[in-house]
Write a protein that binds this ligand. Structure first.
Ligand code: NAP
Ligand code: GCO
Length: 266
């Protein structure tokens, strides 16, 4: 197999959850450039419509579905619709996610549960919905969007870190249980990416100065900058393609080197 064929996603059906914008949009756009048929979901019709308009403007013929990925019935219905309207899902990217930045002892159990529900329970529900058809088809690819917080903690993100740490192990367990069916399940651990989710950490201060966290994270990243959603596209195409058929249970950190670096001396 030639290198370009190895990285091709031609005629593959790729479902990226929460991909109206942000990291999911960056990954889906790269998949489209590699030849995949793009399917995405979002929790609100208005965001699905906005996403469809963005994909169309970028010349991508995507299909969008309204689906709350924490709702197993909605997920099962969506997967059945996609299989009937587009085809069996070859590639699933569990991208949809939320974060609540609250000191742990100030966080309610319900708030904690909401984060776990979207960031950990939903990837389980999604994987469970697509694996049977992947087995029938002879294989598939599952990519879970993990985080720096799959390895590190920090103040105010206890629920998110617990979820993303769990998602790392769910990734390894899907690999262990379904690798025999030619299903590769890997994770991508993005560093700090400029998206709506991290916008509060980059907001200018009242005096016009940079947000302290913005300064902190640029000092913790060897590249000295925030990363862009598009920079996740190449690693995602690798994990979605035949180029990674022998890679399973791996978390690929796309972090600009944060995990390798003690940080710049103030
Ligand atoms: P984002 O800008 O907040 O986008 C998250 C997407 O997920 C939105 O489209 C959102 O839809 C959707 N979503 C949330 N809850 C959902 C649900 N229950 N059902 C369906 N869709 C749902 O986030 P992002 O920065 O692109 O992050 C995407 C993923 O990467 C997340 O898993 C995040 O934890 C992870 N991540 C982000 C960073 C970073 O620095 N940005 C780094 C590491 C990992 P609505 O807009 O309708 O709510
Ligand atoms: C935070 C950020 C991070 C990023 C990402 C890092 O508040 O620390 O939101 O959690 O979203 O997960 O990899």
């Amino acid at each position: 197999m030639g290198v370009s064929e190895m990285f091709s996603l031609k005629d593959k059906v790729a479902l990226v959850t929460g991909a109206s914008y942000g990291i999911g949009y960056g990954i889906a756009s790269a998949f489209a450039a590699a030849g995949a048929k793009i399917v995405f979901c979002d929790i609100k019709q208005e965001f699905v419509d906005k996403g469809l308009a963005s994909y169309k403007a970028d010349g991508i013929d995507a299909k969008g579905y309204v689906c709350d990925v924490t709702n197993e019935e909605m997920v099962q219905d969506m997967v059945k619709k996609i299989e009937a309207e587009v085809g069996v899902i070859d590639i699933l990217v569990n991208n949809a996610g939320i974060i609540k930045r609250i000191p742990m002892c100030d966080m309610t159990a319900d708030e904690f549960r909401q984060v776990i529900d979207v960031d950990l329970n939903a990837p389980f529900i999604m994987a469970k919905a697509v694996i049977p058809s992947m087995i029938e088809k002879g294989g598939g690819k599952i990519i879970n969007i993990c985080s720096m917080m799959s390895e590190l903690g920090r103040e105010t993100v206890s629920a998110y870190a617990a979820a993303k740490g769990g998602l790392k192990m769910l990734t390894r367990n899907i690999c262990s249980e379904y690798g025999q069916y030619n299903i590769q399940c890997n994770g991508i651990g993005p560093g700090y990416i400029a998206t709506p989710q991290t916008a509060p950490l980059r907001e200018k201060q009242a005096d016009g100065s940079r947000h302290p966290f913005d300064q902190f994270i640029c000092g913790r990243t060897p590249a000295g900058r925030w990363l862009n959603p598009d920079e996740l596209g190449g690693p995602a195409v690798f994990l979605a393609s035949s180029a990674s058929d022998a890679v399973n249970g791996h978390i690929l950190y796309v972090d600009g080197g944060i995990l390798a670096y003690i940080g710049k001396q103030p």
